[in-house]
Design a protein around this ligand. Structure first.
Ligand code: GDP
Length: 206
């Protein structure tokens, strides 16, 4: 599945532009610059699929990707869709932008039956910050299953990774919708990607 070419379906600025519910959806969320585009590209082995280094002014959209080669009709639906959620936490974002983000994301989280899991990306150098905590609370409120993925682990000492995983688990253990395993990845070094792909396939079929 992840060796096929994936294609961009559409950018969704509001709920009414969502594609009809079909395949199970797996979404990705994270602070801007956490390495979300790089991780999606690494997962599907396609450099240009998700845009890297998004600019703060960019329109906030849910970006839909599916593996290519399925007609999308009848039983020939793609087995899953990946949804790249807009990054959050720009220091300079005006309040109405933040409100737009929250509305779009919360509407999607609450209203999308086919959404199976959200992967919340956390920079291994920073761990869970206040803004991330707000998003985790939103996910708990929407009762959508989510799992934490540490990114850029190549930027910290190897010995620090198990400790960070442990600290992160401690921080989320009281959260009702959090999946109690934390994945560690480096898109730069292609580490942790097989584990993440396996987790995604399980979540999509669960
Ligand atoms: P996004 O805003 O979350 O989509 O983040 P990007 O994927 O655009 O990445 C932001 C910056 O982090 C870019 O300069 C990437 O090259 C860098 N980056 C992303 N993933 C990694 C990684 O695994 N290791 C390292 N060292 N840098 C990374």
């Amino acid at each position: 599945l992840f060796t096929r070419p994936w294609i961009f379906i559409r950018g969704v600025p509001a709920m009414k532009f969502l594609p009809p519910e079909g395949p199970p959806e797996i979404a990705f969320a994270g602070r801007s610059n956490v390495g979300k585009s790089s991780l999606i590209n690494a997962l599907v082995n396609q450099k240009g699929l998700a845009r890297t280094s998004n600019t703060p002014g960019r329109t906030q959209e849910l970006n839909y990707f599916v593996p290519g080669g399925f007609s999308g009709e009848g039983a020939d639906l793609p087995p899953m869709a990946l949804v790249d959620m807009p990054g959050y936490g720009y220091a300079t974002a005006p309040k109405e932008k933040v409100d737009d983000w929250t509305k779009l994301v919360f509407d999607y989280l609450k209203g999308r039956v086919t959404l199976k899991r959200v992967y919340v990306l956390i920079d291994a150098r920073h761990g869970i910050k206040a803004k991330d905590d707000e998003v985790l609370s939103l996910l708990d409120k929407a009762a959508v299953s989510y799992q934490i993925v540490l990114t850029k682990t190549d930027k910290i000492k190897a010995a620090g990774v198990p400790r960070l995983i442990e600290e992160t688990l401690q921080k989320i253990k009281k959260r009702p919708a959090a999946f109690p395993f934390v994945l560690a990845t480096s898109s730069e070094r292609n580490e942790g990607l097989e584990e993440l792909r396996a987790a995604i396939v399980l979540a999509a079929n669960g």
